[in-house]
Design a protein around this ligand. Structure first.
Ligand SMILES: Nc1ncnc2c1ncn2[C@@H]1O[C@H](COP(=O)(O)OP(=O)(O)OP(=O)(O)O)[C@@H](O)[C@H]1O
Ligand code: SF4
Ligand SMILES: [Mg+2]
Length: 347
């Protein structure tokens, strides 16, 4: 895929008010006891509802024009974070601000601007596109409802968007199943663009596609960024995919951010042992087969994260302190933060 991808364009990142800001964001889910557990309780067992700490105490600023990659293993809270940013899930704690205004203090007009301004694109376009709707309506219905385009201009609007995402407007009356996987993802992109968003959260948006199609779709995202002045949050379990398109990378482990750095720094000078482990898992151009070092040990359950540094059971550098004290994110260089006790030793 590397050879097919365009390089990331120079970032037109603004330094002013963040487009979106997260302060102390946590999201917990309560998982009720299942039927078997309830029956066991009737017989004297003590099963209780469990709490998943999907996202824990996350601070993040997304600046206009930047592309942020969010990377971590399955279940570390990436999608939950994306859904909080897009307003699909409210956080349990913390503040989300859009264009400098906390969501809780917004009036109806400002909330609407946030709702339209942040759009999400999902991994499986087949599941996220209504199979009984034609592309014309999948893409064109919401902008008409929200008054972004007049009903009489809908066909022209949808046709122009289809062209911009590389689809033939003559296919506007077709249904999602009549397109290939890559084309369906383009429909999903056109649907998001139709609402004139400022920020697009792409949740594993290319993961389900063939490798060569992945590169085409990633290149489309980069081209649209320039054309529509977009900001992106790319969520992926694959540091390689995200590295090609992001200005900055956020590494998550069991709901927490463990390292944030410019993409170049993540690859050339990763600080956190978890980031280093993720990098050693990446197949390189030389290794045609995946001859890498997998991260040792099982990923712990987010239902019962290990005490201290959650990575300590798998960390090759773990010290006694790591088992009892959670490391805080520390700034190593401007723009580079990491949460590891080793940084205290080297200070
Ligand atoms: N609606 C929900 N109810 C209960 N638990 C949930 C819910 N959504 C997510 N979780 C739990 O929260 C944790 C984080 O899930 P999330 O989907 O955000 O992870 P992820 O990093 O996106 O994983 P993946 O790479 O597999 O998509 C997981 O343990 C998951 O089971
Ligand atoms: S705090 Fe300790 S266990 Fe956690 S990553 Fe650093 S050295 Fe490893
Ligand atoms: Mg996910």
């Amino acid at each position: 895929m590397e050879t097919l991808l365009e390089s990331t364009p120079a970032s037109p990142v603004s330094t002013g008010t963040p487009l979106l800001q997260l302060q102390g964001i946590s999201k917990r889910f309560v998982q009720d006891i299942d039927l078997a557990g309830r029956i066991a309780n009737l017989m004297g067992a003590d099963n209780r509802a469990s709490v998943v700490h999907a996202v824990a105490d996350v601070d993040l600023e997304i600046r206009p024009g930047e592309v942020i990659g969010v990377v971590g293993e399955s279940g570390c809270g990436k999608s939950t974070l994306g859904r909080v940013i897009a307003g699909i899930n409210p956080p349990t704690e913390g503040t989300v601000s859009y264009l400098g205004k906390p969501i809780g203090e917004m009036n109806a007009t400002e909330r609407r601007a946030w709702g339209l301004g942040v759009q999400m694109i999902f991994q499986n376009p087949m599941a996220s596109l209504n199979p009984r709707m034609r592309v014309m309506d999948i893409v064109g219905e919401a902008p008409v409802v929200h008054g972004l385009v007049k009903a009489k201009d809908k066909a022209e609007y949808v046709g122009a968007l289809m062209r911009q995402v590389g689809l033939d407007p003559d296919y506007a009356q077709r249904y999602p199943h009549q397109f290939s996987g890559g084309q369906r993802q383009r429909i999903g992109i056109a649907r998001a663009l139709a609402l004139k968003p400022r920020l697009i959260v792409c949740d594993e948006a290319v993961a389900a596609l063939d490798v060569s199609i992945q590169a085409q779709v990633l290149n489309l995202f980069l081209a649209l960024r320039r054309e529509f002045d977009l900001t992106y949050l790319f969520i992926s379990h694959n540091l390689g995919v995200v590295g090609h398109v992001s200005d900055r990378v956020v590494i998550m482990y069991l709901g927490r951010i463990v390292e944030v750095a410019p993409t170049e720094t993540i690859f050339s000078a990763p600080n956190h042992p978890y980031t280093q482990a993720l990098l050693s898992e990446l197949p390189t151009l030389e290794t045609t087969r995946r001859a890498y070092q997998p991260i040792k040990g099982e990923l712990p359950s987010p239902l019962a994260p290990p005490p201290g540094c959650a990575f300590h059971p798998r960390c090759p550098h773990a010290m006694p302190r790591c088992q009892v004290e959670a490391p805080l994110l520390r700034t190593l260089q401007p723009g580079h933060t990491s949460a590891c006790h080793l940084n205290d030793l080297s200070a």
